[in-house]
Design a protein around this ligand. Structure first.
Ligand code: FA5
Ligand code: MG
Length: 457
């Protein structure tokens, strides 16, 4: 079933489970960020200012972050020694350091992995040409601190600043935040690595002299070039094809290094669109008959380079890959939640000095799933699934493996919508008792009634 994401937001009750079911009747301070819940108004009350990374941010009607999400800022799993994402970051560093700039006698790619995830909407959207009414800007899809500030939804938020600072080849690695589906390959906080390489006319054509022969007059830009499926307006096809070849070779060679067994896996490039690249592709690999998307990439929109202060003398490629997805395949990690565990049974398997060391994760043990459906009647307006996912995650924490909207219909007689969600519970480290799950499920039902005013069927 396709879940349509719409712009719709109601405050959500976040609280942290202990072993008892909580019935809140008075205003409750929920956490260290002074976020309160008012049961009478059935809404979250944010303080006037949120203090994050020692800086105060005013809150407003756009604020929708929660304690669970804010508590991840600064954890930087990719910098924690011996974490699987730390090893993967080291391997990316090693691969990109092999490209050497003879003129500067230094590696071609700079690696930036410590930028704050708190960014402006200008950085996350405007700077890379995401249109003002684009769906990726909605509150349904992002964690906003206020109308102008959010937790970055991708590392592309830093492209323009880094190019402006003078870099022409770099990786930017960090945590990113999204209100997304819940399943074993999606998590509301994950890590991305952005890669960018720019070329001048000389670098592009001289570097490829053996391919091109001694053709004169090769240019990146031509006066009458139109935008079509293969290129942007202004770009010559020769320039675009050379940049595309560089991008695709860089990525396929990277995965040959990271996943030496890829010869037995199929991979493919899928045409796609991004507001900041054209043409654009996704790179996918096949495992056990299923295709997994590892990254998005493309030829950078020239307007992004203009926003970075460059004239018509550069062309470049960019990619953004998900670290968890790759680490899951590299090490055979079955579930994205494991990256956040403190369980020594998991972490101890990654204690080794040489990050290129190849191991396969051995499950600590496998605990059974428990599936419970929740059906409810609402009014003329449907609940936005993202709001429901946040509520379930806030109450069930990491005991929630997956939430799926399995049924939705409108009853014209009583003018009400109905939705049924399937909630799959499973602990990473123990067998859950029926009683325990029933208590969490009842708690979710209770807060759904409070929060959304629904009637449980
Ligand atoms: C982007 O974020 C683009 N900024 C990538 C890009 C950069 C394209 C530069 C062109 C040029 P996308 O939303 O597809 O694209 O995410 C990129 C990758 O992040 C995905 O391929 C996937 O590997 C990973 N990813 C996306 N959502 C999640 C999630 N919820 N949990 C874990 N990994 C995710
Ligand atoms: Mg994608």
């Amino acid at each position: 079933m396709i879940i349509l994401k719409r712009f719709y937001f109601r405050p959500i009750f976040y609280h942290y489970r202990t072993n008892t079911t909580t019935t809140t009747t008075t205003k409750t301070k929920l956490n260290t960020f002074n976020i309160e819940y008012d049961p009478i108004k059935q809404s979250i009350i944010y303080p006037q200012e949120l203090n994050l990374n020692n800086k105060n941010y005013s809150t407003d009607s756009w604020t929708n972050v929660n304690e669970n999400i804010l508590s991840r800022i600064g954890l930087n799993l990719h910098q924690q020694k011996n974490h699987p994402l730390y090893h993967l970051t080291n391997r990316l560093r090693k691969y990109f350091y092999q490209f050497y700039d003879q003129k500067k006698s230094s590696p071609k790619f700079s690696i930036i992995d410590n930028l704050s995830p708190i960014v402006t909407t200008e950085q996350n959207f405007d700077s890379i040409c995401i249109p003002i009414n684009h769906v990726s800007r909605t509150k349904s899809m992002n964690y906003y601190i206020n109308q102008n500030t959010l937790l970055r939804a991708h590392t592309s938020a830093h492209q323009v600043d880094l190019i402006r600072s003078g870099l022409n080849a770099f990786l930017c690695i960090g945590d990113v935040y999204r209100r997304d589906d819940i399943d074993p390959t999606h998590y509301p906080v994950f890590h991305q690595c952005e890669g960018v390489q720019l070329f001048t006319k000389e670098e592009l054509f001289i570097g490829n002299k053996n391919v091109l022969g001694d053709k004169d007059n090769l240019e990146i830009f031509g006066p009458n070039e139109q935008r079509d499926a293969t290129k942007q307006e202004g770009h010559t096809l020769e320039a675009v094809k050379l940049v595309e070849a560089s991008l695709k070779k860089t990525i396929t060679d990277l995965f040959k290094t990271l996943l030496p067994n890829t010869s037995i896996l199929n991979s493919r490039w899928v045409d796609t669109t991004f507001p900041f690249t054209h043409p654009s592709w996704e790179y996918e690999i096949e495992i056990d008959g299923k295709w997994y998307e590892l990254l998005g990439c493309g030829i950078m929109e020239h307007r992004v380079l203009e926003n970075s202060g460059l004239n018509k003398d550069h062309i470049g490629w960019a990619f953004g890959l998900g670290l968890e997805r790759i680490a899951m395949i590299m090490y055979g990690i079955p579930d994205i939640r494991l990256f956040w565990t403190n369980d020594s049974g998991f972490l101890s398997q990654f204690v080794f000095d040489d990050s290129t060391h190849s191991i396969q994760y051995k499950p600590i043990s496998i605990y059974p799933q428990c599936i419970n459906d929740l059906s409810m009647w609402m009014g003329k307006t449907k609940i936005d699934p993202s709001d429901f996912y946040d509520l379930v995650r806030a109450i069930g924490g990491d005991l929630i493996e997956q939430v799926i909207l399995i049924d939705e219909f409108y009853n014209p007689k009583n003018q009400r919508y109905s939705q049924t969600y399937r909630i799959i519970y499973r602990s990473m480290d123990r067998t859950l008792t029926k009683n325990e799950i029933n208590m969490i499920h009842k708690d979710i039902e209770y807060h759904c009634k409070q929060q959304f005013g629904v009637e449980i069927r």
